[in-house]
Design a protein around this ligand. Structure first.
Ligand code: ATP
Ligand code: MG
Length: 244
């Protein structure tokens, strides 16, 4: 995104953050006040008690929605702003493994078997670890969400001709052919609570490193995403990539 848009995004986020935190703070106070009424002895006014309980539930719904708005805003900012890459020489297997360790407990709870298939002789790559982890995580979260009844998540690493590859394969719903060219577009989502920024963010991060993401998917069988990153011998593109 160009600088003008990035400044605009920053301004918008700032304008929204302030009222959002005021609303959030007041809802918190309201919740505490209602809790004291609900928690008061039953001999107190029971009608009032019941009303307070119903209102408390509504306040909780509002709080959840505010939290969601804050998350959407953070996702948007992360996508819009980019920033400069902090490149360090990294062991790809270790980077991938840290993401897997992070998601493994939840995957297990959801009946997802996690298979790690790392090439033992991976070369060192120059990466911004935090951002690359974010990109891998976004792809893995999608994979998990595509397997609500459980399944298998395979994560692999390999290298070839000056590039490293990180593969994420799931046995989930798959992506319909007519969606496959849209999934990297900002705000394209087929999910009730999706913002549609997960894959565009991942793409932006990977392209910022001079790499690319490809996908192969069959409806009803699953999807396979491959992140390809250069080993750092090629000149790195500016991050965020400049719009042509
Ligand atoms: N592994 C996958 N299996 C099936 N569909 C997928 C997979 N990965 C992505 N998709 C499709 O691509 C769409 C876009 O994904 P993206 O991660 O950008 O947004 P999202 O997951 O909908 O929302 P969020 O912003 O919360 O990530 C998804 O809504 C889904 O339709
Ligand atoms: Mg997603």
């Amino acid at each position: 995104m160009d600088t003008a848009l990035s400044i605009l995004a920053d301004g918008l986020a700032h304008e929204l953050r302030t009222p959002l935190s005021t609303i959030s703070l007041n809802l918190q106070l309201l919740q505490e006040e209602l809790q004291t009424v609900v928690g008061s002895p039953p001999q107190a006014d029971t009608a009032l008690n019941g009303k307070a309980e119903a209102t408390l539930k509504r306040v909780c719904v509002l709080q959840k929605e505010i939290q969601r708005l804050e998350e959407v805003l953070s996702d948007f900012l992360r996508f819009a702003k980019g920033g400069s890459l902090e490149l360090l020489e990294q062991d790809i297997n270790q980077v991938v493994d840290e993401v897997i360790d992070f998601i493994a407990p939840e995957a297990k709870r959801n009946g997802i078997e996690v298979v790690r298939d790392y090439a033992p002789d991976m070369p060192i790559a120059r990466l911004d670890t935090g951002l690359v982890k974010q990109a891998i995580l976004n792809i893995i979260i999608n994979a998990q969400q595509a397997m609500p009844q459980g399944g298998r998540l395979s994560v692999s690493t390999s290298h070839k001709e000056g590039h490293v590859h990180i593969g994420v394969t799931d046995t989930g719903t798959g992506i319909p052919r007519h969606h496959q060219d849209k999934i990297f577009q900002a705000y394209f989502s087929t999910k009730k609570k999706g913002t549609g920024l997960g894959l565009p963010t991942a793409k932006r991060i990977v392209e910022g490193h001079g790499g690319s993401i490809s996908v192969e998917s069959t409806e009803g069988r699953g999807s396979s995403f491959i992140i390809q990153l250069p080993l750092g011998t090629e000149p790195l593109k500016p991050f965020p990539p400049k719009a042509d």
